[in-house]
Design a binder for this molecule. Sequence first.
Ligand code: SF4
Ligand code: SF4
Length: 306
Amino acid sequence: MNSNFNKRIIDKAKELGFSEIGFSRAKKLDEDEVWLKKWLDKGYNAGMEYMNNHFDKRLDPTELVPNAKTVISFLYNYYTETSQNENSELTVSKYAFGRDYHKVVKNKLKILFNYINNEIHPIKGRIFVDSAPVMEGSWASSSGLGWIGKNSLLINPKKGSYFFLSEIIIDLELYYNSPISNHCGNCTKCIDACPTNAIKPEGYVVDANKCISYLTIENKKEIPVEFENKMENYIFGCDICQDVCPWNRFAEEHRESDFIPKEEFLNLTKEDWINLTEDKFEELFFGTPIARAKFGGLKRNIEFTI
Ligand code: SF4
Ligand code: SF4
């Protein structure tokens, strides 16, 4: 093992735009097994059936990559002070302002993977960007990149939580980081601010059935009437439990040109949203995370929220 390997990987990842990089030994996540099982048994995964699939793979990286030794976790910043025009009245989560992060981050991880393989040491492995059964928050926290907050998101003590998480799992042994302690303390701001009570009163558990992010993105059915007047004008995703988190006072503007939103999108008024046509939807949102909801899904959200 060569300690310089870690440094060279970190340097290259930073050059590619990643904010934080951490290393964990690839082993089964025993502690998460109990938690995940309970969460699934209670049906908190809502319609996300894929969460039920590949239970073992989700917990054990060696099931995903034979002979896996290391999980490298990455944080990619998407925080922005840019906001939609005041006349918009309808809100989109910050993460969806620009080009689809899956593509942006995956391209960078491919470059990094090839760099490790060609310049550092031959490796076998896989890259993951919110795409396969990987417990991304658990790996990032076990790599010392932050702790899982009461809103169930990874909180970095120096930079907050507006990050995309991703991983490279490889068969190369490296030096490993240690987890850091949880600093949520007595804070309950995210629990108190969640308009749909999706976060359990004791924190750390989010019921996706009630979460605006789920209801406006993954949910393929009608939004249940119990959420009428509770959407806080969100029509795609929700940032409320991050906006109120005190650790996000440390969030810094991202530097990713691909995440810069189109002016025309920022300037959409409430009227424009209501009158959005399929052609305009394609023109504005092709290649962005909003395209995932499809025209019909976004229309449903707009009609439900106005
Ligand atoms: S994303 Fe919004 S709805 Fe979901 S838990 Fe956070 S505040 Fe609640
Ligand atoms: S708002 Fe408070 S309780 Fe919630 S994640 Fe942030 S620090 Fe933790």
